[in-house]
Write a protein that binds this ligand. Structure first.
Ligand code: SF4
Length: 157
């Protein structure tokens, strides 16, 4: 099974925010730069993460992004389900509906496999995914105008 780019980016954003230092609130553009993706894509993902309650996004001078308690502790499976939506692994009913769909055992088998995939992620939280060595990599992501060593210093490492 392959995650959509939207879901993968959503997980990357939340993982990055999970290691932000105390009191820091990076902006969407900064996160986009650090993750080497377009600002437009990050902005869409952050809107959805805000709707789900896993990211707190504020505007203004003291604004910026922060992960919420729910974002830290919710299961990765829960988050992936919501970012992926209700779609199936294969499109049986699309523009050219499959002639087997009226009684296809493969379809039901794939549904079970998809649910097993999500369930395997239910045992993990974002905090689990941001332990070392991932934490070290996330903290070393360069910011615009700063070196990675400066980032480490900022985060007390
Ligand atoms: S063979 Fe089955 S799973 Fe594949 S597209 Fe057709 S109905 Fe869906």
């Amino acid at each position: 099974m392959q995650l959509t780019r939207f879901t993968d980016l959503g997980l990357r954003v939340v993982m990055r925010l999970a290691v932000v230092g105390e009191g820091e609130r990076p902006g969407s553009r900064e996160i986009a730069d650090q993750l080497a993706v377009s600002y437009a894509h990050v902005a869409k993902v952050i809107t959805r993460l805000g709707e789900l309650g896993v990211v707190d996004a504020r505007r203004g001078r003291s604004g910026g992004l922060a992960i919420t308690e729910l974002g830290r502790t919710a299961s990765v499976g829960w988050l992936v389900r919501r970012l992926e939506g209700e779609g199936e692994v294969v499109e049986c009913d699309g523009v050219n509906p499959c002639p087997l769909r009226a009684g296809c055992l493969l379809r039901s088998a794939l549904r079970r496999a998809q649910e097993a995939f999500f369930e395997s992620l239910d045992t993990l939280t974002i905090e689990d995914l941001t332990r070392t060595p991932t934490r070290t990599v996330l903290l070393a992501l360069p910011r615009v105008g700063e070196t990675s060593s400066a980032i480490s210093a900022t985060n007390g490492e």
